[in-house]
Design a protein around this ligand. Structure first.
Ligand code: AMP
Ligand code: GLY
Length: 420
């Protein structure tokens, strides 16, 4: 089988790494890929958002299965477009991707299907939103409706901060059209957990539970990022909680998608808050998480290429799907300045040593310059360690992190601490 992976970050490297292990796969292409992906796939110079370009590639290279990493092509309808041409593609259509693409849509979907989530109101005008702040109590959770590269959620501790956030989104249009409307949501208290499940329109399968670390610095300080590390599984996600999440959240979501005519097979990432009153949905993503994928896939024992291929055909129930009982931890090494501005092009050293220490090193923002590996993004590498225990996985991952160097590199030192 010939596979095309769309995207070029750490998540896509993990996808390529796992797909390459399948005996069914003869050749992998990536668009655009990165320097690490290039070791296992042929990287093609087409961007992840160039749907017509990708379609041309899939036809020209006679691709049997396209796997989409990021959300933007999914919300833009890549699955609909490929489907029209009879091409097999893993992901949901634009209707399904709206669960991530519009927070207003996602909240209304949850209301329609009785899925637990925080109370909310939607505003499209500044005056009404400010009035809600003036009559409400902090903290205020304010979310831009559309895709905002992970920056569209603001937790305002005071009414003043909330008014400021409303001004930035609705008046000054800092997120463009993504901020034409906002969701103001109940502040939920509890433990966050990410559950990723694969759905083919009929059956579903769940990967191991995991936890992301969104803030840039230790102890959840500093600005929000795409994710600075992850670990799996999460100790408090026991059989009882799993049963509740399945029956109260996963199953009604998939039933709802089916009844509303969503087409395709893909992954839904459930961002959950486990509150005193049970699990509630904070957000849906219509794709694998980054860096969550860098711990979930190393713990996935079955043949991912076969699972995805069969899922697209509606046969998910017929293929083996098995998670390991081990533990994995991934620590992201980022460029100094990230998630703000940072420099690129610094030489990266120590990858071989990290591998000798038993780590799997996933590339996120790397490139080759005159044959040398250099930094090319905010999140540069994800270093994953696996072991029977979380302590062991963390020691292994940090053992790798400690021997990798580039100018300005930094990582959090407390990944997985909550799980110990
Ligand atoms: P989201 O992109 O919707 O997952 O939001 C980013 C982060 O904001 C989440 O990971 C939570 O830590 C936090 N968050 C979002 N919604 C809420 C909420 N309703 N209550 C408390 N924290 C929230
Ligand atoms: N790490 C968060 C996400 O992929 O959405």
């Amino acid at each position: 089988m010939r596979v095309l992976v769309v995207g070029g970050g750490g998540r896509e490297h993990a996808l390529v790494w796992k797909i390459a292990q399948s005996p069914l796969v003869d050749k992998i292409y990536a668009a655009p890929g990165n320097a690490g992906i290039a070791a296992q796939a042929e990287c093609l110079g087409v961007g992840a958002e160039d749907i017509e370009g990708l379609l041309g590639l899939a036809l020209e290279k006679k691709i049997d299965l396209t796997v989409v990493g990021p959300e933007a092509p999914l919300t833009a309808g890549i699955v609909d477009r490929f489907g029209d041409k009879g091409l097999r593609i893993f992901g949901f259509d634009a209707c399904g991707a709206r669960l991530e693409g519009s927070k207003v849509w996602a909240k209304e979907f949850m209301t329609r299907h009785g899925i637990p989530t925080g109370e909310f109101r939607v505003f499209g005008n500044v005056t009404a939103a400010i009035k809600a702040v003036d009559t409400g109590t902090p903290p205020f959770v304010i979310k831009a409706d559309g895709l905002a590269a992970g920056k569209g959620v603001i937790i305002a501790k005071t009414a003043r901060d909330a008014r400021e956030a409303i001004g930035r989104i609705l008046k000054r249009h800092e997120f463009g059209a993504a901020g034409d409307r906002i969701v103001m949501e109940e502040y939920l208290i509890g433990d966050e957990i990410s559950i990723l499940a694969l759905f083919d329109g009929e059956s579903y399968r769940v990967f191991v539970s995991c936890q992301d670390h969104k803030r840039a610095l230790d102890n959840d300080a500093g600005p929000n990022t795409g994710g600075m590390g992850a670990y799996a599984p999460v100790p408090f996600y026991d059989a009882e909680l799993d049963a509740r999440v399945r029956s109260e959240i996963i199953e009604p979501t998939f039933e709802g998608m089916k009844s509303e005519g969503v087409k395709g097979a893909g992954v839904i990432y459930f961002g959950l808050m486990v509150t005193e009153r049970g699990p509630k949905v904070l957000e849906y993503n219509c794709r694998f998480g980054d860096p969550e994928t860098q711990v979930i896939l190393p713990l996935f024992k079955s043949d991912l290429a076969s699972v995805m291929y069969e899922a697209v055909g509606g046969n998910l129930a017929s293929v083996p799907f098995e998670n390991s009982s081990e533990t994995a931890a991934c620590v992201v090494i980022a460029s100094g300045g990230y998630p703000g501005s940072y420099n690129k092009g610094y030489a990266i050293e120590g990858l071989e040593e990290a591998r000798e220490r038993g780590c799997v090193v996933f590339h996120a923002g790397t490139a080759l310059k005159d044959g040398a590996l250099v930094t090319n993004g905010g999140r540069v590498l994800g270093v994953t360690g696996m072991a029977p225990t979380l302590r062991g996985a963390l020691d292994k991952a940090y053992g790798g992190v400690d021997v990798i160097r580039f100018t300005g590199c930094f990582s959090r030192r407390d990944i997985g601490k909550k799980g110990l």
